[in-house]
Design a protein around this ligand. Sequence first.
Ligand code: VOV
Length: 247
Amino acid sequence: MPEAVETLDGWYCLHDFRKVDWAKWKKASSEEREQALSELNHMMAAWEDIESDKIGSFGFYMIVGHKADLMFLNARPTMEELTELESSLNKSKMAEFLTQSYSYISVVELSTYMAYGKDPDTDPELQARLKPIFPKWDHVCFYPMDKRRLGEDNWYMESKDERGKLMYAHGQTGRKYAGKVRQMITGSQGLDDWEWGVTLFAHDPLQFKKLIYEMRFDEVSARFADFGSFYVGHRRDREELEKVLHV
Ligand code: VOV
């Protein structure tokens, strides 16, 4: 009988996508804009401090296309911390000019199809993967996905051994992109509308396309994967905040 694979779970993650109401932002007085920017800057500085203390991670991105303008990416040991920080952002001056066009809640996950043979509570490499400091690479790609349950193509009816083999092949494809694309897989069964979140970081956005296209041919993606909307964007430093929002 198929059985669930044990997962190692790390920090909770909030992908928070916002659209800017540019018309309203342009109409705001320069005092209002300064207040909004200064508050947001302080909030982001506090999130950076949390990352420096290694009790969370933070990334700020400009998103391309109609789905969002900005993404605030935060990871924390507890979900409550994410609820709190989202609430602080919603109560800030800047929120008067933002709408939340999408969000995703999930938890950093490593499956144990490949035995790690190490103690996840103490091994530094596993700890670094479960409590990731987001790479400071220039580009980001996020999308949610499910494993399919359709007739013969039902992931959840496959044996653990078979799923392990397919995941191994998946990992082999992924490994070819070492140094070009870094992945962060977050599990969201019971937390959000899809089963996993896929967050990719790259130096060159073309590598997102190359990796994802190549993976489409892996059996695990070809037979068993369904995908949600894709969000692509570019990392920006906090120091660039004013430039990002300059009108
Ligand atoms: C840089 C690329 C890359 C690499 C090296 C990589 C490797 C690996 C390994 C070794 C493992 C298994 C152990 C673990 O770590 O969990 C995984 C796990 C997983 N992956 Fe992956 N993946 C990549 C990249 C990568 C992509 C681009 C996608 C999206 C699929 C696509 O077609 O768009 C993906 C999905 C997943 C998922 C949903 C899981 C969990 C599945 C489950 O049922 O539990 N992944 N992945």
